[in-house]
Write a new protein. Sequence first.
Length: 109
Amino acid sequence: MTGERRYRAGEEIRVHHVMEATEPGIDVYVMGPKQVTDETVNGELRTAAGPPSADPFRPSEYDGRVVPGPAIDFNYEVTAYRFTRPGAYQILWKPGEWKSNVLEIEVVR
């Protein structure tokens, strides 16, 4: 999520990340902030890559509250970008085998 879909060149764009567990029986680790990995802009990796075989929503080390699904987790780091060139930018979060919705941002002069 971002505050807007249209930004001026050079303006900071803050991307908020949300994980939604829609099924019962899924544990949600709601304490954070947790690192955002595997986020791309126009297909180019812009954050650290996550471990390829680990469940990205089950921390390897965790000492916090766990709630059963269905539940929503908003406790991820916020990523920020500044684009100097006008145009369309597609932001995609791909943790593990999961994919977010594609967020399309328009940057204008």
